[in-house]
Ligand binder design. Structure first.
Ligand code: SAH
Length: 203
């Protein structure tokens, strides 16, 4: 599937009904989601692989992985309302995805998932809680040998220190996240933040 075709398919998906600022809910824009997945696919990490989306929200990354021919896709999300949207999105695309309501910080939840070839995720950036992305990194590296995560631009050195014993990291792609004023504390209509997709490879 071409990048543009994937992007158009993801563009049509439903977003959060009521985004919750405490868990930093925002949908990854379709162009960024498509580029992340396309990049991962070109590196052999999506097609025919078992892929898990951590904090899947409305399921855009999980759905995209399914469209690119992942053999098995799962999505984990705390918020049941977001999961209901994710299920509708998957159904609309005819994608077979196993969605699970659970907390990424819960060891039993992560262990119960089994193992995957690849994790894709857009974790909370820690605007509310400074280290909110850490449990995502921990869970991701426990689940799969290859992880793609979207982080604030400039996170690579910190992530490198945090995962030093467990993974080697490389910059995959850069992008812009236009955060619409969906959250009450946003002062401007659209705030653009630079992000980077980091590929982590378990040691
Ligand atoms: N992956 C989606 C959503 C990104 S927003 C996308 O790319 O569009 C981050 C998501 O992580 C939110 O849906 C939020 O509810 C979820 N989340 C935050 N903390 C979580 C936790 N501890 N366990 C599971 N999901 C969590």
């Amino acid at each position: 599937m071409r990048l543009r075709t994937l992007e158009i398919a993801l563009e049509g998906l439903e977003g959060f009904v009521r985004p919750d600022p405490r868990t930093e809910q925002y949908v990854t824009p379709a162009p960024l989601a498509a580029r992340l997945l396309h990049h991962a696919h070109l590196l052999g990490d999506i097609g025919g692989k078992a892929v898990c989306d951590l904090g899947c929200g409305t399921g855009i990354l999980a759905c995209g992985a399914a469209l690119l021919g992942a053999e098995r896709v799962a999505g984990v999300e705390l918020d049941p309302e977001a999961l209901a949207v994710a299920k509708r999105n998957a159904a609309r695309l005819g994608a077979e995805i196993t969605f699970l309501q659970g907390d990424v910080r819960d060891r039993d939840v992560i262990e119960g998932l089994g193992s995957f070839d690849t994790v894709v995720m857009n974790p909370p950036f820690g605007a509310q809680d400074p280290h909110a992305d850490r449990p995502f990194v921990d869970a991701a590296l426990a689940l799969a040998p290859v992880v793609y995560g979207i982080f604030n631009s400039g996170s690579l050195p910190f992530l490198g220190v945090y995962t030093a014993e467990r993974a080697t990291l490389e910059f995959a792609i850069g992008g812009i996240l236009p955060l619409k004023r969906t959250l009450p504390f946003h002062r401007r209509e659209v705030v653009e933040i630079e992000v980077e997709v980091v590929r982590m490879m378990r040691r």
